[in-house]
Design a protein around this ligand. Structure first.
Ligand SMILES: Nc1ncnc2c1ncn2[C@@H]1O[C@H](COP(=O)(O)OP(=O)(O)OP(=O)(O)O)[C@@H](O)[C@H]1O
Ligand SMILES: [Mg+2]
Length: 505
């Protein structure tokens, strides 16, 4: 029986170190095939081979399309044979509009004597409309959020009507409702016969959407599971290599009573429109308290953290330990004992072309220097400590971060913030793209920090995570707080109800 796409004994090494060994992947026509595994398991490497990013000649083994061996020399070659790809890292051209971004780099358009912008916009509008993706073709991409950029990338992959669509963690920056919207698009594509590979760390998404799953561990295929045999426990056990029980650690201690953070009537104006993106937000957080912030993308969650971090101008008052602060820049915030883990690791987070070690210690060097000189061995020690505790998979502390897998890059950003040991920690999607085992580690670290008296504000698109982890949860909708619940009171249904009634009312 021939398959739409299959691989035989696929292998790939980086500088002599195997990232993928002997992988046989089989895609049946019209299925959504989950590809799961821990950070650094080889998922992205595998799909980069299928899509010509790692060209033929740079790997061993065979890729077949409809039973015939193929040798893609580039992503364009793969696309020409009907294999399209949405990479893990967002790649858009900031200076161009949505419409231009959708068709950028497409054969035919570049060699055409003239490109009609009106025609581009019309085609973009038609595609976005058909997929029910709410984006304006004329909007400049520079003004879009991470989620909207993700949608641009997905729409771009669909401009060529591919037979096989490969999505590398498409839902990592999406919240519940956006994920549902994306799933509706994928359902329609499946019904129309498109075959898909879907990479995710969220096992409930595999259960909900996928027809079969291939599990990778340390570059090898360890399981292939049919939908009839799907169970969350089973999939996680295959990924980890053992049974995992309690995802969320139980909190034995209670947070303190002393107020560390207080917001009074904080609003953030929209950069261009008259409407505020954050409206009259007031709340307090206490020493050692973990406060979750729920809401759909666009509800103002990142804006709230950014305002506290001094990265967005705000009105109203923000006080730390009773003292009102002038927070005009992140440097002001850091002086006040506030640090932040950003959601956008590529845009504002990682220093590419720098070593892993330097990425962890960036911004923390004052604690590591003596007489104006950086203590390199101290830097090395600190970096090694985090590599161990967060299970960062990297050859050495001097490896370039650009070569690490997505989840491992996330861990480095987290390590940097953890190293600061601030009074108040703002975490925007701390487990984005992070595998199950490391998630548990991150939850433990968060509880540990709270026990040491750090106040944590955690934004997450996964409501289950907030409910499981936080002492208290604020629900934002349309820039305002619409609901609040304590540990043990919240649920996914309650958050969805609070946000939808707020938006429609
Ligand atoms: N360009 C590269 N140079 C050197 N090593 C690389 C390169 N790309 C990937 N690797 C290594 O190959 C291994 C597999 O990485 P890959 O990106 O495929 O993991 P992944 O399963 O996609 O992980 P994640 O869930 O974190 O995205 C990792 O150890 C990674 O560091
Ligand atoms: Mg990856």
């Amino acid at each position: 029986m021939t398959h739409v796409l299959e691989t035989e004994r696929l292998g790939k090494k980086f500088a002599g170190v195997p990232a993928l060994s002997d992988v046989d992947l089989v895609l049946h026509a019209g299925e959504i095939h989950a590809l799961v595994g821990h950070n650094g398991a080889g998922k992205s490497t595998l799909v980069k081979i299928l899509t010509g990013v790692h060209p033929s000649g740079s790997y061993t083994g065979t890729v077949r399309v409809d039973g015939a061996p193929v040798a893609f020399a580039s992503p364009a070659a793969a696309r020409d044979q009907g294999v399209a790809y949405v990479p893990q890292e967002i790649q858009v051209v900031e200076q161009l509009s949505v419409a231009e971004n959708l068709f950028v780099g497409q054969t035919g358009l570049e060699t055409a004597p003239r490109v009609s912008f009106r025609e581009l916009r019309r085609r973009a509008g038609e595609l976005l409309g058909r997929l029910e993706i709410p984006l304006d073709p004329r909007a400049p991409v520079a003004a879009l959020s991470a989620t909207q950029r993700q949608l641009v990338m997905i729409a771009r992959a669909l401009t060529t009507d591919p037979r096989v669509l490969i999505l590398d963690e498409p839902t990592a920056s999406l919240a519940g409702t956006e994920t549902e919207r994306l799933f509706a698009v994928l359902d329609r594509l499946r019904a129309a016969g498109t075959t898909m590979v879907f990479i995710t760390h969220r096992i409930p998404e595999v259960m909900r959407m996928c027809d079969r799953a291939t599990v990778l561990r340390d570059g090898r295929k360890v399981a292939e599971i049919a939908r009839a045999d799907f169970s969350e426990r089973g999939i996680v056990a295959a990924m980890v290599g053992r049974e995992v029980d309690h995802l969320y650690p139980t909190r034995s201690s209670r947070h303190g009573e002393q107020e560390t953070l207080r917001l009074d009537h904080v609003s953030v104006p929209h950069p261009t429109r008259p409407r505020d993106v954050l409206r009259d937000v007031s709340f307090t957080a206490r020493r050692g308290e973990i406060v979750g912030i729920a809401g759909v993308v666009g509800a103002g969650r990142t804006e709230l953290l950014s305002a506290i971090y001094g990265a967005l101008p705000h009105t109203g008052t923000i006080a730390v330990e009773g003292e009102p602060q002038r927070l005009k820049s992140p440097a002001d915030a850091r002086r006040a004992g506030i640090s932040m883990l950003t959601e956008d690791r590529k845009g504002t987070g990682l220093l590419f072309n720098f070593a892993l070690r330097e990425n962890i210690t960036a911004g923390n060097l004052s604690g590591l220097s003596r007489g104006g000189w950086v203590d390199r061995s101290g830097e090395q020690q600190a970096a090694l400590g985090f590599i161990r505790s967060l299970r960062i998979k990297a050859p050495s502390p001097s490896s370039d971060v650009a070569h690490l897998s997505g989840g491992n890059q996330q861990k480095i950003l987290l390590a940097r913030v953890l190293m600061n040991a601030p009074k108040i920690m703002l975490l925007d999607e701390p487990t984005k793209g992070v595998d199950v085992e490391t998630r548990q580690e991150i939850y433990r670290l968060i509880l540990d920090l709270a026990d040491r008296g750090v106040t944590l504000l955690v934004v997450s698109s996964e409501i289950a995570e907030l409910v499981g982890l936080c002492d208290r949860c604020l629900v934002l909708a349309d820039g305002a707080i619409v609901d609040e619940f304590r540990r043990g009171e919240g649920s996914e249904a309650r958050v969805i109800e609070a946000t939808t009634t707020a938006v429609t009312s």
